[in-house]
Design a protein around this ligand. Structure first.
Ligand code: M6R
Length: 363
């Protein structure tokens, strides 16, 4: 059942190219996004504000979704953790859309946020991996991620397909609202088509990530830093690591380091720095210098061709060149692999980490 792999998690990490291809199928026509499987217009017409609500990894996909929808479709987006969202006084407005993201479609807090919105007459769009799940049944419309069954408690292929749906939705909204020139839509669609091949190329270099994990397996505490979309992925990389390897991991928006966390950086502390956002790379290099000056060991995840990054990092994993908007789909892969190999080397129960359940159906 694990297809020859020692754990479901690595099997599911390796299945990502296929999951992405399946999620894209039927949703692109002639250089444009078309959701041939679902009529989204009743959900999207006239929307002036978007809320994205989810938990854990799905929430992290929502953080990327916020950047993507704001940038492509010029719509304001609030993203929130379901267990926070449902207990605060949300200023809904009547032209709002709630997007809930949930792999299982059964997460209690996410479902409660959905029900709250429905009670208020707000339109709800669900992004889920499970056909017929509670979230799928109760939302007005559903966009399925076609990741296939995800067994490992740590979510991997569900996250990458959720990201892909965020891009498709951002582009679809941009088409509807006329916020992007046709050629930008066409070129972004082209890049999305090529993403699965790039993920495949990264997976072929899993051995390089394993060697990095070998070096840092005994570490007690780590930091993940980035800016913009790289920060969104840092959140996911840190969650993966703590969840399955029990290593303390903290994600930090790199510009915030000076506001407190820098005090924790001392000799030998691994700092995983993600550097793929073109307009923010100089700022990131300065942040890397800051932590290095305090003795950190820097593991860089950078886009190919980034000048000067090699000299600043102790270890470097290079991802293929890509539009800065789409790099989260690539940078998350070495982070998933890093968490996996760290957990294996530390003798952890990779697929069933202590204290956690695959689906959190209690509040
Ligand atoms: O099924 P859901 O996507 O609603 O689950 C949400 C979280 O419980 C889930 O993503 C959790 O954070 C994962 N174990 C992370 O790997």
């Amino acid at each position: 059942e694990k297809g020859g792999y020692p754990h479901f998690m690595i099997k599911e990490i390796m299945e990502q190219p296929q999951a992405l291809r399946d999620t894209l199928r039927g949703r692109i026509q002639g250089g444009r996004v078309e959701f041939s499987d679902v009529d989204l217009d009743c959900c999207l017409d006239g929307v002036e504000k978007v809320f994205i609500v989810a938990c854990g990894t799905a929430y992290h996909a929502g953080v990327v979704g916020k950047h993507v929808i704001e940038r492509l479709a010029c719509l304001p987006v609030e993203v929130d953790i379901a267990s926070e969202f449902r207990y605060r006084d949300v200023l809904w407005g009547d032209k709002s859309l709630l997007i809930v993201i949930s792999q299982s479609g059964e997460t209690a807090d996410t479902l409660a946020a959905l029900r709250e919105a429905k009670k208020k007459g707000i339109r709800v769009l669900a992004v889920t991996n499970v056909v017929g799940s509670s979230v799928a049944r109760e939302a007005d419309r559903v966009i399925y991620t076609w990741a296939g069954p995800e067994i490992a408690v740590a979510s991997t292929k569900a996250y990458s397909t959720q990201l892909l749906v965020m891009y498709l939705l951002g582009l679809y909204l941009a088409q509807k609202r006329g916020t992007l020139p046709e050629e930008v839509i066409a070129s972004t669609v082209r890049e999305l088509r090529g993403i699965a091949d790039k993920v495949e190329a990264i997976l072929e270099k899993a051995g390089a990530v394993e060697a990095i994990a070998e070096k840092y397996a005994a570490t007690a505490s780590t930091f993940f830093i980035g800016r913009g979309l790289d920060y969104a992925v840092a959140l996911e990389g840190a969650l993966k690591l703590k969840e399955i390897s029990y290593v303390h991991a903290e994600a930090y928006a790199a510009g915030e380091l000076k506001h407190g966390t820098l005090a924790l950086i001392e000799k030998g502390v691994p700092v995983i720095a993600i550097v793929t956002q073109d307009e923010l790379q100089d700022k990131m290099i300065s942040n890397i210098k800051e932590v290095k000056a305090r003795g950190a060991e820097v593991i860089g995840i950078a886009k190919e061709g980034l000048a000067g990054i090699e000299e600043e990092t102790d270890e470097l994993f290079v991802i293929p060149g890509e539009d800065s908007l789409l790099t989260p789909m690539l940078t998350v892969v070495p982070l998933q692999l890093f968490a996996y190999y760290m957990a294996v080397k530390r003798g952890c129960d990779v697929d069933k980490p202590r204290n956690l359940a695959k689906s959190v159906t209690v509040e």
